[in-house]
Write a protein that binds this ligand. Structure first.
Ligand code: NAD
Ligand code: 6OD
Length: 486
């Protein structure tokens, strides 16, 4: 059995208290590795290493050299592309077609894009008058914030972890990463790449484990951590924010969503169907900005529901490396129990099940996996639990609307504010509707079309702050003003 260890100060480290947990392939329930569980002691070691690295070679490194090394990290991931791909697919069960187009290439790109960005971002300067007439010059400088704690989820493990590690290192910080307990593999592999390309020891550290009472909580409470960037559930974000109140440490949060799609009467229906199939069912519905509520103009409702049903029933489930497969399992049996609870709840609340609603037959080899059917409902009241709570599974509720104002009101009627997608062929409507949606990410006639230079994050209970492009620099660096009297 393979062991996955922590990565502290450039070396693999086993569990200090002999606590290990299983890494399970959700496609067949098999244990694929034994993972070291960290707690306060391992976090303390990792934070000490990260602080020492800040004060050492990394902290003194010329920016051009730092950026060169980060490019090498991206190249190092790409050089071991197949290994990262296998690791990600085994941890998550996700189809190879998805991981090879999104997870791994974007995971690598996060190092290059943010290195290039940081190198090219200007800071402000202001010449000012002084009473003695000589004047003064103000200019801003950016300094690293320090040791950044990175807590990441399991749905896009490498991508969402490097999405934080890339800009953190580009800004000159060091990191202690707590990857999701469900997907420890690629964070460990990245440690090997860091060593291969010559990133100094202690710059990138990984401690595996769980949240409360384990490595996650220990990281958020450690006084040597200057800020926490977290992607995960809104409830977890609340706990982390409380922990960070001690020491007034900054947080950046990308949290849950209950995202709406709107299909207007003038939509190109082929595109709307194709886009909604992806936004509701890609990655088995485990994408933070995925669609769980669909509002369709009444004149196109029946046509839309029928075509979406056909599309959902055409999805191909199976083992990740089958090129025909485009639908994997949920991340775990435990998560499947949660999602199936919502499937049952939908029926209790009076839903019409258009398709799915249960567990598929996958044959003996995958009988112990976390497989679930893609599911479409109609007919639920607006105040039902299923229409209001984030499920994070392959399911959506479709409801008709009669006019633009009603569609916008329904889309905004949620405590979340992460993403919305709408489909229209009217340019005027596109620009009229977009600013009225109370979310951080708006797609018109597309979904998951993401440029890493753009702002990413949610409003309301979907997050705090924006990462991506130059926006992440506000979190990953400290801006100081220098005033020079002339
Ligand atoms: P989660 O909140 O359960 O776990 C995320 C991470 O936090 C894991 O590493 C976990 O071990 C850790 N954690 C849990 N409790 C903790 C605590 N008290 N202190 C410190 N760390 C703790 O989320 P998940 O189940 O891994 O991911 C699914 C959720 O993530 C969904 O709600 C989804 O919407 C959200 N998500 C949001 C985005 C976004 O960009 N907004 C992206 C992906 C996923
Ligand atoms: O691709 C990205 O930039 C990104 N942040 C994706 C997030 C997906 C959430 O599940």
């Amino acid at each position: 059995m393979k062991d996955i260890k922590h990565f502290i100060n450039g070396s693999p480290v086993g569990s200090l208290e002999s606590r290990w947990f299983d890494d399970i392939n959700p496609a067949n329930g098999e244990v694929i590795a034994r993972v070291a569980e960290g707690g306060e002691a391992e976090i303390d070691q990792a934070v000490s290493a990260a602080r020492a690295a800040l004060a050492g070679e990394w902290g003194r490194m010329p920016v051009a050299r730092r950026m060169e090394l980060l490019h090498k990290v991206a190249d190092g991931i790409n050089a071991r592309f197949e290994e990262f791909l296998q690791a990600e697919c085994l941890d998550t069960g996700k189809p190879r077609s998805m991981a090879s187009h999104i997870d791994i290439p974007r995971g690598a790109a996060n190092f290059k894009i943010f290195a290039d960005l940081v190198k090219n971002v200007p800071t402000e300067s202001f010449a000012m008058d002084t009473p003695d007439g000589t004047g003064a010059l103000n200019y801003a400088i950016r300094r690293p914030k320090g040791v950044i704690g990175v807590i990441s989820p399991w749905n896009l493990p490498l991508l969402l972890m490097t999405w934080k590690v890339g800009p953190a290192l580009a800004c000159g910080n060091t990191v202690v990463v707590k990857p999701s307990e469900e997907t420890p593999h690629t964070a460990a592999l990245l440690g090997e790449v860091m060593n291969e390309v010559g990133i100094p020891k202690g710059v990138y550290n990984v401690v595996h484990g769980f949240g409360p009472g384990s490595a996650g909580e220990a990281l958020t409470r450690h006084p040597g951590v200057d800020a926490i960037t977290f992607t995960g559930e809104t409830r977890t974000g609340t706990a982390i924010m409380k922990a960070c109140a001690d020491g007034i440490r900054d947080v950046s949060f990308e949290l849950g969503g209950k995202n709406a799609a709107i299909v207007f009467e003038d939509a190109d229906m082929d595109k709307a169907i194709e886009g909604t199939l992806r936004s509701a069912f890609a990655n088995c519905g485990q994408v933070c900005f995925g669609t769980e509520r669909v509002y369709v103009h009444r004149s196109r409702f029946d046509e839309f529901v029928e075509r979406l049903r056909q599309g959902a029933e055409g999805l191909r489930m199976g083992w990740y490396d089958d090129p025909e497969v485009n639908f994997g399992p949920l991340i775990s049996r435990q998560h499947r129990e949660k999602v199936l609870g919502y499937y049952r709840k939908a029926e209790e609340e009076g839903a019409t099940v258009i398709t799915g609603g249960g567990v598929p037959y996958m044959g003996d080899a995958m009988a112990s996996g976390a497989w679930i059917q893609p599911t479409i409902w109609t007919g639920l009241p607006d105040d039902s639990v299923v229409v209001n709570e984030e499920i994070f599974g392959p399911c959506c509720h479709v409801r008709p609307f009669d006019d633009e104002d009603e569609a916008i009101r329904l889309a905004n009627d949620t405590p979340y504010g992460l993403a919305a997608t709408f489909w229209t062929e009217s340019l005027g409507r596109a620009h009229r509707v977009a600013p009225r949606l109370e979310v951080g990410l708006i797609w018109v006639n597309s979904w998951f079309l993401r440029d890493l230079r753009t702002a990413f994050g949610g409003s309301k209970q979907s997050g705090i702050g924006r990462e991506g492009g130059v926006h992440g620099l506000e979190f990953y660096s400290e801006l100081s003003n220098v005033c020079v009297k002339l």
